[in-house]
Design a protein around this ligand. Structure first.
Ligand code: PHE
Length: 343
C-alpha cells in the first residue's frame, strides 16, 4: 500500500527530471540538472534515505524499482551529454571557421631562398650525371675533417680554415670534404658522389659568415681510369650549365688532399672578361677548388690501386654572383624585402 503511493510519487518526480534533462540547452545547464538528480543532496539520494522508512516487506521491491529508474536517468543523461558536447563543438568550429575560399588580395606566395635555389640547381646537374647524394655530421672529429685529408696536426695548411673547436676535441666541420672520407670508409669504389651541406668557419665580413654552404664532389674508380681530363670535362660542363656561355680557366693551386690541385675561374659574367669592380678588374671570377685525390687520402681510408678526383665550392658565392647580391650577410637576415625579389 505504502509502496504503491511512493511508487506513484516517484514516477511523477522522475517525469519532472526526465523533462529537465531533455530540455537542457547547454552543458552548463545539464551540469546543474546532474547535481539536482545525482548529487549528494539530489533527488536520488533523497529516495534512498526514504527507503529506511519503508516497511521491510516492501523495501526490496522499492529498491529494485529505484535502481531501474536510476539506470534510466543515467542513460538519458549520458546520451544528452554526448549530444550537447557534439553540438557545442560544432558551434565552436563554425564560429572560428576560416573561409579558405575567400580571396585576399594582399596574400603573397613564398619563394625558395637563393641559396636553396642555387643548391637545387647544382644538385640537379650532378644527379643527372649519375652522382649520388651523401651526407655527414656537422660536428666532426679531427680525423675526418683534417687528419685523413692529409692535414696532420701542426700542418700549416690547417691555418687556411679558422675552426670552431669544442672542448672534447670535436669541431664544427670547416668544409664538406670529411664526407669524402666517410663515404670512402663506408663504400667501395666505384664512388661517384656529391655532398651539399653547411660548414662553419670563424670569419665574419662582407664576403664571409660563420656558417655557409658548400657542395663537395668525389669520383673514385679502381685502377688508373680516372684522369684530370675527366675532372676538367665535368667542371667545364657544369659551369656552362650554371652560368651559360663563359670561358673556364684552370689555375694551379694547392690543397693538401688533392695532387695536383687547381682553382677554377670563369670569365666575369658582368663585364664578359673586360674587367670591372666585381672581378677586381681581372676579368675572372674564382669559383671552385679541385684536384686529383692525393695518395695519402687513399692511404688513410685503406684504398689501394685506385684513382679519383674531387672538387668543392661555396654555394653562397655562386648565388651572390647569379643574383648580384653585394653583401653575403644579407643572405641570413631573413629580410622579406630581399626574399620577395626571388619570387
Ligand atoms: N675543401 C676545400 C675548401 O673548403 C675545397 C676542395 C674540395 C678543394 C675538394 C679540392 C677538392 O676550400
Amino acid at each position: 500500500m505504502y509502496y504503491t503511493i511512493i511508487k506513484k510519487l516517484l514516477g511523477e518526480i522522475l517525469q519532472e527530471y526526465i523533462e529537465k534533462i531533455e530540455s537542457a540547452k547547454t552543458l552548463k545547464a545539464l551540469e546543474e540538472v546532474r547535481i539536482e538528480i545525482f548529487g549528494k543532496k539530489g533527488i536520488l539520494a533523497e529516495q534512498f534515505v526514504k527507503m529506511k522508512t519503508i516497511p521491510n516487506e516492501e523495501k526490496k521491491e522499492f529498491a529494485k524499482n529505484l535502481n531501474i529508474q536510476k539506470a534510466k536517468l543515467t542513460a538519458l543523461f549520458d546520451s544528452k551529454k554526448t549530444a550537447l558536447i557534439k553540438a557545442e563543438s560544432i558551434a565552436l568550429m563554425k564560429e572560428h571557421a576560416i573561409d579558405v575560399t575567400l580571396f585576399n588580395g594582399d596574400s603573397t606566395s613564398g619563394s625558395l631562398h637563393p641559396i636553396n635555389e642555387t643548391m637545387n640547381k647544382m644538385i640537379d646537374y650532378f644527379v643527372s650525371m649519375n652522382f649520388s647524394l651523401e651526407e655527414g655530421p656537422l660536428v666532426e672529429d679531427d680525423f675526418h675533417n683534417f687528419e685523413a685529408l692529409n692535414l696532420p696536426d701542426f700542418h700549416p695548411a690547417r691555418d687556411m680554415q679558422d675552426t670552431f673547436f669544442f672542448n672534447d676535441k670535436k669541431l664544427l666541420r670547416t668544409h664538406t670534404s670529411p664526407v669524402q672520407i666517410r663515404t670512402m670508409l663506408s663504400q667501395k669504389p666505384p664512388i661517384r658522389m656529391i655532398c651539399p651541406g653547411t660548414v662553419f668557419r670563424r670569419d665574419f665580413d662582407i664576403t664571409h659568415t660563420p656558417m655557409f654552404h658548400q657542395i663537395e664532389g668525389l669520383v673514385v674508380e679502381e685502377g688508373d681510369s680516372v684522369s684530370f681530363s675527366h675532372l676538367k670535362y665535368i667542371l667545364e660542363d657544369f659551369l656552362k650549365y650554371m652560368f651559360g656561355e663563359v670561358s673556364v680557366r684552370f689555375r694551379p693551386s694547392f690543397f693538401p688532399f688533392t695532387e695536383p690541385s687547381t682553382e677554377v675561374d670563369i670569365s666575369c659574367i658582368f663585364c664578359k672578361g673586360e674587367g670591372c669592380r666585381v672581378c677586381s678588374h681581372t676579368g675572372w671570377l674564382e669559383i671552385l677548388g679541385a684536384g686529383m685525390v692525393d695518395v695519402n687520402v687513399f692511404k688513410a681510408v685503406g684504398y689501394k690501386n685506385v684513382s679519383g678526383y674531387a672538387f668543392g665550392m661555396g654555394i653562397e658565392r655562386i648565388a651572390m654572383l647569379m643574383h648580384q647580391i653585394p653583401d653575403l650577410r644579407s643572405m641570413f637576415e631573413g629580410d622579406v624585402r630581399l626574399l620577395e625579389q626571388f619570387r
